[in-house]
Design a protein around this ligand. Sequence first.
Ligand SMILES: [Zn+2]
Ligand SMILES: [Zn+2]
Length: 855
Amino acid sequence: MNYDAKSVEKKWQEFWEKEGIYRFDFNSNREIYSIDNPPRYASGALHLGHATHYTHIDFIARYKRMRGYNVFFPLCFDVNGMPIEVNVEKLNNIKMREMERHKFIQLCEEFANSKIDTMKMQFKILGESMDPTIYYQTDSPEYRRITQLTFLDAVEKGMVYRGMHPVNWCPRCSTAIAESEIVYINTQTDLYYIKFDVENKYVTIATTRPELIPACLFIAFNPRDERYKDLENRKARIPIFNREVPIIADESIDMEFGTGIEMVCSIGDRNDLKLIKKHGFEIIQSIDDQGRMTDIAGEFSGLYTLDARKEILKRLEEEKRLVKVEKIEHNVGTCWRCGTPLEIVNKEQWFIKTVELKDRILQIANELKWYPEFMKKRLEDWVNGLEWDWVVSRQRYFATPIPAWICPDGHVVYASKEDLLKRNSHVDPTVENPPVDKCPICGKPLKGVEEVFDTWVDSSISPLFNTYFYRDNNLFKKLYPMSLRPQAHDIIRTWAFYSIIRCDIATGNKPWNDIFIDGHILAEDGRPMHASWGNVVDPLKIIEEFGTDPFRYFAATCTLGEDTPFRKRELVHGKKLLNKLWNVANFVEMNIKSKSEIYPEDSMDLWILSEFSETLENVTLFMDQYRYDRAIRELDEFFWHVFADHYIELIKYRVSKNLGTQYTLYNVFLGIIKMYAPFMPHITEEIYHRLFSKYEGKISIHLETWPEKYEKIFLDEGRIVKEIIASLRRYKNENNLRGINEVIIISPRFDITSAYDSIKGSLGISKLEIIKNASLKEIIVEAKPDLSKIGPLLKNSVSNFMEIFKNIPPERLLEGFEFKGIKIPKDYFEFKKIYTFKGKKVDVININDVTIIIK
Ligand SMILES: [Zn+2]
Ligand SMILES: [Zn+2]
């Protein structure tokens, strides 16, 4: 009977939940293995990538539990920020800024909590073993409190500043965007060539953003550029606005781009900003928070930039200043959330210093063990390319408030750390009073800061929250640094990077020992999954069809760090594997009536214990390196091809009578399902309960310990015997035999005589002999020329040769043959041989140096 995954899986999911099987033990002295589980973002259901990723982490948690660790594996959710806000706006058809702040926050909370309920259910269906008793949500008052406290640590250490600084700004979302949140896209855009007057002549500059003409501060060219040499230190007049700007030489100008002479505007790109700083100009605000032109644009003020561009181009054309328009490829930074091209604006923002920490971050990156190792380079590249500090303020509502108040002159009063340490919730300066009643510097009234933190400010302290930093010092000492940070590669420059910074500022130490970086799951066609491409695979639908264990089997075949296309055939294979395990369990149940304590003597029992031990060593090694794909391959090979296909066949004839064989069968199968347990927790639990729990005494296989090794004896000999038996079994099938009369095995190298009974018994051989040497006579009865080889060699004489060939005795061809002076090598002939042994014709099978004679 086939295994019925659906009903079995549901039963055990309920059981694990009811019995509280997966728990971190706060009172235990066992060594701790702690996982900084990625708090799942609470904006929607899990997709296939999430489901696979969390399953990979679950493999490790389950494996480490069986290895005897006290595993800390929290169930957690990330509940802050813009994606939730945007969803709430869409869902309710409202605008955040048109609503009362706290009412909007409440809607966000309700939305997120409904998503969390769904995802908790999905984690359960996926068989994930996260511990709900060490649950957290990043929007809980307790979590927000730790976010604020650790921010105040950074304030104390001089790592925080507030200031006018250029930031990447999304005009649609009206908020600052961190460098790591920019998505660069390559797009086609127009390059406009525009005439600027220089005294009574003119110069043509090229720009992609003519609407920024009113913000032009100066014009620049490369000093090596002969074309513009005589323009240096003269003035140009900008069109339409008729303002004079200086002409400056600077080596950074690209002579190949456009005309080699550019306008530098107070907001343009990063290069403009560098030039403005270098040449000592002031930044003027020319675009407002919503992406409209400011007063500086005169009659165009109030227009959105794209509208302003149209109007200004129209005017340039009227004034005959537009020389030409050219299409170019252009790299544009866009908002990660909404895809709007970003502006760079000069804004009062809050920053955590990161640029000055570069060396320290690289040092910590080196202290971590990276799996796979090459992922470290991604962090290093990111850190080395870093130019700006981390802008941590967001002009939004649903996130942790910045714990500060500010006076009209810009003096900042932070929340009191002492006060925060005593409470169990965070500070909300938009409704709470400051610790002092007026500004200590100017005496003016203080107002709560309305900006909130970037969500990475929250999620980057997960290693601190998990280890009870500021909550329980003893636990912190026990738990920090954590054992493992598992995460995906697309958030190395955010989550990994910011976590290292925040934890270093707070503790001066690395957050984890190991970091494992997972790849993405692609669609079956190898492309990313996209609703519009119709290639999205829903993990729950797969589970509905195949069951959770086959899905987890697919997950186990993905290599850590690699992007893997979804492969349905792995689910099909996983399902077959379940049936195979189920059939073997039936066999074991039929043959084991009580647990045997008799250690085996039969050499093939000793051999399977050796094979098992070798598999166990390899699986353990791979799991320790987070190479679950290699581990499962190793395990499959052993279970399927060695244990089930060979060993079980081998013992069928004697298992009922041999207690040593029963001991072996019991223990090896128990070891196999233990090794499968992290991957396929349901079927292994079912089999454990059916066959083993009454003897082993645990209420769940997931509370069991990892198997132990046996002494490796008879391993190489056993492998030869396995091959001998396999080939004789094939021989029997091909010849439709129920038994074999007489077999002689000549094994010159390995002593396999101790497997005598196994070979004889399992194959039904009447008379078996195993000897070291014997002479076997080989008679060539027929030879056939290979004409595809001989034809080209002999050319025209082929037919001549074929005539005389009939009369050549085949054994004369064994050393090759010379015909008309041409040597024909022996492998140009195919020989048919028969064997005789002691004068009688026999069948022969050769395996390496072993010869099997069948009479
Ligand atoms: Zn946006
Ligand atoms: Zn003040």
